[in-house]
Design a binder for this molecule. Sequence first.
Ligand code: HEC
Ligand code: HEC
Length: 482
Amino acid sequence: MYLILLLFPILSSSAWALTKEELGERLFSDVRFSRPFYKLASDVNTQDENILKASNSCLSCHQVDAKFNAQTRTGMRLYSDFLPQSQIPYRKLDKQKFTARNTPGLVGIGSPWNQNRFSHWDGEFFDHNETVLGNFTGRNMGWLTHEKDIALKNILTVLKNDNGISDLGEEFGGSYYEAFKSLGLDLLTTSDDVILAKVIDFVSAYMDDLDFEKDENGLYQGSPYDQFLIVNNLPRAPLPNESTMAYSHRLRVALVNLKKPKFVASRFFNTHDKEFGFGQKAFDGMQVFFNASPSGSTSRGSCFFCHNAPLFSDQLFHNIGTTQIEYDQVHGEGSFAKLTIPSLSERQHTYLNQRPNKKNPQAVDLGMWNHFGRTGKEELTTYVKSFLCGRSNPCVTDTILGYTVANFKTPTLRNLNHSDPYFHHGKAKSLKETLKHYVTASELRKQNKLVNGDPRLKNMHLSNQDLENLEAFLMSLNEEYE
Ligand code: HEC
Ligand code: HEC
């Protein structure tokens, strides 16, 4: 701090040194990088309420406590919103009003167990930097594909002309000139490319900080589930060089051998207005989740194969039937199976990533299929091949494309009480609905009626009691995220 003040004595009194993460948070929250602001405002420092209201930032969809009501203790979010699909700035050219998919929560993307950085439900982006750039210049902020350069120029204009007189400026280091200067960057003499690279770097750093509550050893501790692991001496995280899958198997064995579990009493969670604990029901649910039910029981969730502990995601892509079931609900049972899906050579510029509707049978969401094998998506293609090649010999892109149909990235299952609705389509309103989905999907898979359905779905056996117990288990993964 002293050093910085000595180096930059010209800083005004309102300025102080920020961290990268803090400046990232400010950029994440500033609505002036959106297309509506660019279009409506003639002065980047305008305080016009209507203009600011019409404009949006990352925070508009990735919300935290913006709508939290301290009295009712409701409205808290996990960097997601409340809608199945989020509102986007209207443009005449495409007339879209909503995002194609449900906004996922962002907490956990900075987790050490977030093993790869492919993001979006369909793996569109290869790392956080690409995601941040794609979002700042993309449709979610109101920009059309051909407007990327205008979007970037607008970022520079806002940064260079900002006078710091705003709530964000007051909270985060004064004007952008002062805020960047406190991190050693002079906005007026640095090249535009370097400034933009730093913007991306700071927002990525901010996102890398988004993780669930950890103790001093970096192990999760915030949920009743984590407390249950602690009091029963169960392994809490992968060992160095152990994969999350190997760890999940190790935890499973420890669970099978746990004869007298100690439970965690329910306690009140302020931001949820609810009590959560880890009792008999959660324990039974955990056994179903990890295929560790006592001998004689047929209950098997097979959940842990994809939802690897401790983050409850394997960072891979799977088809669990969400697309097919959604499509058939609109067009009738068996419709999805009859849909002609383009081969690699036929696909060309076709993207199939829309919510189904009665008028257009081609509106369908094939998830990761959209990006696999495309020019510019080499990292994704190589990564996906590394786990799907086992299904095809020889491993050729054309054949593997068929195995990517309706694949989506496995989301974390932590703190789900703050991120409803669920699934990439956002059509599952409650956990009960997500669990019922698995009963339907595994039934279809057993009858070989699920196009490209994940083989793991075949091994699920879930009674109504199991669903109740699984829900109790998932509830034990909630925590106070603030
Ligand atoms: C209009 C709403 C909206 C805005 C604004 C928005 N996002 Fe998103 N975000 C989404 C949706 C919807 C998805 C899922 C997209 C998909 O999978 O197709 C998403 C996905 C993401 C993901 C991927 C998360 C994961 O685990 O895969 C990241 C990271 C992200 N957004 C960051 C940002 C940043 C940074 C900004 C601001 C520059 C931003 N978003 C602005 C709606 C929004
Ligand atoms: C084959 C891999 C796989 C298995 C097995 C699996 N899941 Fe999932 N799970 C996924 C994927 C992929 C998604 C996202 C799918 C989508 O949105 O289309 C998901 C989504 C979810 C969601 C919604 C989360 C959110 O934020 O939207 C819940 C809840 C869930 N799974 C619970 C379970 C439970 C409980 C089990 C066991 C009964 C289970 N899963 C088994 C892969 C799997």
